[in-house]
Design a protein. Structure first.
Length: 187
């Protein structure tokens, strides 16, 4: 009946303040980090989807507040970037931050079809530090994703499976997660 609808770009998991209840800034930081890792993998295996998702994330260029029509990544970045506005819903942690300029550069590169491996690798490490990611699985995933073109096919399968499983625990209904799970079966 609604076959004409190709894709909904509305946030699925993090639409408003109520969806943040009992989360900590560190938990949200892990979800953001894992989402960026998924985007980088999709950038390599499904670049059109990655570009579209990033374009939708950048649509409201300022990450100032949550919007029901924005991507989950946009909304999570808005929360971490403005924790003081959400401190009644989340456990704020001012040490959890976002390198906004570097992340925007990365997203604009994806949108424009450009890639700078060194800058991207530097961003991933900076994100890991600023988002206070301590999970050893996410650190291993970051190392593999940063060197994606040099990773064996078997390791790529492991990375994608581990990231999918980790997201099952962290945030199963994230808008990008369903596409990421579906792409696992086709690549």
């Amino acid at each position: 009946m609604f076959d004409f609808i190709q894709e909904l770009t509305e946030a699925r998991m993090y639409k408003n303040r109520d969806t943040l209840y009992n989360k900590s800034a560190r938990e949200l930081g892990q979800i953001i980090f894992a989402t960026i890792m998924m985007i980088e993998i999709l950038r390599n295996i499904d670049p059109n989807y990655a570009k579209t998702y990033i374009r939708n994330t950048l649509q409201q260029n300022r990450w100032t507040h949550m919007r029901p029509s924005a991507t989950d990544l946009h909304n999570l970045l808005s929360v971490i970037n403005n924790q003081e506005n959400y401190d009644k819903k989340i456990k704020a942690d001012p040490s959890v931050t976002i390198p906004v300029l570097a992340l925007r550069r990365y997203m604009r590169d994806i949108e424009g079809g450009r890639k700078d491996k060194q800058l991207d690798r530097s961003l991933f490490l900076k994100l890991q530090d600023s988002l206070k990611v301590t999970d050893s699985r996410l650190k291993w995933i970051r190392r593999q994703v940063a060197d994606w073109n040099y990773v064996s096919k078997g390791e790529k399968v492991l990375v994608r499976r581990d990231l999918k499983n980790l997201m099952q625990l962290l945030s199963i209904h994230l808008d990008i997660h369903q596409h990421f799970k579906n792409i696992l079966t086709s690549h």
